[in-house]
Design a binder for this molecule. Sequence first.
Ligand SMILES: [Cu+2]
Length: 251
Amino acid sequence: MFSRILSRVGLFAAPLLALVMAGCSKEELTVRQSTMDPKGPVAQVQFDVFMDTVWLVVVLFTLVGGLLVFAVIKFRSRPGDENKPAIVEDGHGNPLIEIGLITASIGALVVIAIPTLSAIWYTDDVPAEAVPASKLSAWYPRVEGGRENYAKTVEEQVLEVDVIGKQWWFRFEYPQLGLTNDAKHSVPNELVIPKGKAVRINLRSEDVIHSFWVPKIAGKVDLMPGRKNHMWIQADQTGHYYGQCAEFCGD
Ligand SMILES: [Cu+2]
């Protein structure tokens, strides 16, 4: 009996599993824009929250699905059941099970809430522990007595980049380095940051709603007209990371 059920389940499950696994190959994960291939602490923390949730859901799915399969098999109709009354008398159920399920649900929410909330706090702004290594003086070549010698107050700051959303493109400005709003110094579409250093990103829009997104570095954050927004990013490896606006911002 069980082997027949198993073979039937396998008939559907095996191709489905193969299909799912095909989407999980390492090559699929290393495309230009992939949240499954984090290359910095912000993307890593967000990916970890995702995986925490996935594993919890896998456990819940197995429990609930397993109970369902168990009930379907155990309480299936058997030969001779035709003589039994079709409608079973209603009962209140088992209060212990009900309370247990409510408690377990709350427990599952708490288990998800802890990494989620800590990730929200962590990704909000450059964390205190990352600031010492990310000061401008730590990475920007300081030419003694030369014109590149920035004021001490500036060197103590974390590198900030202003990201300005435009329709179909982004403009990047580096105010501390004097690379600001003019045709010569603001940079379209290509953001350059030092490796392994936290960078604070100030987001604003000059037209419509945009969403700044470099999947391997950090999750998307919206740029709202008339509002300031911020995020921080860090790339732990040298390389080119592709991103895009995650809002349709034309027309
Ligand atoms: Cu846009």
